[in-house]
Design a protein around this ligand. Structure first.
Ligand SMILES: *Cc1c(COP(=O)(O)O)cnc(C)c1O
Length: 420
């Protein structure tokens, strides 16, 4: 027996932490019923079927707008499709640059490339959302829009970003894929910029497996989204033929609409459950955090946080890794948000297809004929890598029971207390 065996004790957390599928874990009879209803009607397509009846996707769009406080919603097939449709609506295309955070799911940048634009990565600050000063420094004569991304449930600095966008005449597309239902200064995220894009993929707050939503209160942007996301959207919506633009097909099927509509009704309860659990854990560790120099992620609006995650910064990455390991030994699932060696498409340094400007055409992609030379490197946003490299991330599942919440708090205290 080695001496280390003597130190081994029971982990703080008794049961495995629930998986992080907030809406997904609550799929129940209502979803089953809604799907059955669609199947029995044989109307799987939103616009027609053998039987009369209302469209679930129609209902979803209305309910989503009501919930968010936007004039219009358009249901699509994914969050990426929502971003691409939003960029198309804003008129982004070849020759345009779009500022995206260096920390976001790669889809925020891929969407820009998909419409022929050039993504320009900007640093995130201690809120892990766009750093306003760095965004300002990245604005060029070619900048057309920016995509603030409300990462891990929490709002970007929308007041300052909107002022900056206005000053430079930039479009603002809010990527709200990870913050469905969250808000900034009392306004739901996605309604502050020109357009909001949401995802209903299985990991997100509420889900239909795959799916997405575009919201806006601008009539013109709405018309353009209708035209883009549906090849016949122009004709279908009585847009004069000389004004119709070529679109694609990202229309949401009725089966997804049926599930998403039920899930939307679960969103308020999910938010409440996550917010409560996060608050208990955060308060329970705040004393030891203060004494040990551990800093919580900055929340630009604590009330508006969707509370899907608890994130705190260690003094450096050399401390973060062993602390993460010690927490895992206590039964607390967690991870350090950036490591150069483990590939994660949430961090720009791992976006190899973007960094290497690899495109589908042998003639070259959006960078080839861009009016200025844009180059990328893995170390171009050092502030983002520093922050993520010492950030510890813990999922806050709405399914965490009160015993586990208590045990997580205990484990966090134990591990942080033992730090030198
Ligand atoms: C998930 C996600 C997307 C893409 O959504 P999909 O539905 O997977 O296409 C875009 N941006 C962010 C920040 C995301 O987390």
């Amino acid at each position: 027996m080695s001496t280390s065996d003597a130190k081994q004790s029971k982990p703080s957390v008794t049961n495995p932490m629930p998986p992080m599928y907030p809406g997904g874990m609550r799929i129940g009879e209502e979803e089953e019923q809604a799907v059955l209803e669609v199947m029995r009607s044989k109307r799987l397509f939103r616009y027609y079927g053998p039987n009369q009846g209302s469209s679930k996707v129609d209902e979803l769009e209305k309910a989503f707008s009501d919930f968010m406080g936007s004039r219009y919603s358009v249901a699509v097939t994914s969050g990426t499709a929502a971003l691409i449709s939003g960029l198309a609506a804003l008129g982004v295309g070849p020759g345009d640059e779009v500022i995206v955070p260096a920390y976001t799911w790669i889809a925020s940048a891929s969407a820009v490339v998909a419409v022929g634009g050039v993504p320009i990565m900007a640093e995130v600050d201690e809120s892990l959302t766009l750093d306003v000063a760095d965004v300002t420094s990245k604005i060029s004569p070619y900048t057309r829009a920016m995509i603030p991304v409300h990462m891990r449930g929490a709002p970007a600095r929308m007041d300052e970003l909107m002022a900056l966008a206005k000053q430079h005449g930039l479009g603002v597309l809010e990527d709200t894929a990870q913050a469905n239902g969250a808000s900034f200064n009392g306004q739901r995220l996605g309604t502050i910029g020109d357009i909001g894009a949401f995802s209903l993929q299985f990991n997100k707050m509420i889900t239909s497996g795959e799916g997405g939503m575009v919201i806006t209160s601008d009539e013109n942007l709405y018309q353009r989204t209708l035209m883009y996301h549906d090849v016949v959207g122009g004709i279908r919506n009585n847009i004069p033929s000389d004004q119709i633009l070529a679109g694609v097909n990202y229309r949401m099927p009725e089966l997804l609409g049926a599930v998403a509509l039920v899930q939307l009704k679960r969103l308020d309860a999910l938010l409440e459950d996550m917010r409560h659990r996060k608050q208990v854990i955060k308060e329970g560790m705040s004393d030891v955090a203060r004494r040990k120099g551990v800093q919580f992620r900055v929340l630009n609006d604590p009330q508006g946080d969707a509370a899907i995650a608890l994130i705190f910064f260690m003094p450096d990455s050399a401390t973060a890794q062993p602390v993460s390991k010690a927490l895992r030994a206590e039964g607390i699932s967690n991870f350090v948000m950036y490591s150069p060696t483990s590939s994660d498409y949430h961090v720009y340094a791992h976006w190899s297809p973007i960094l290497n400007q690899r495109t589908w055409s042998e003639q070259g992609g959006p960078w080839k004929n861009h009016p200025r030379k844009v180059t990328y490197s893995t170390d171009m946003c050092p502030q983002t890598l520093d922050l993520l490299g010492r950030a510890i991330h813990i999922d806050i599942s709405p399914e965490l029971d009160s015993q586990t919440v208590e045990e997580i708090t205990e484990g966090l205290n134990k591990v942080l207390e033992s730090m030198a």
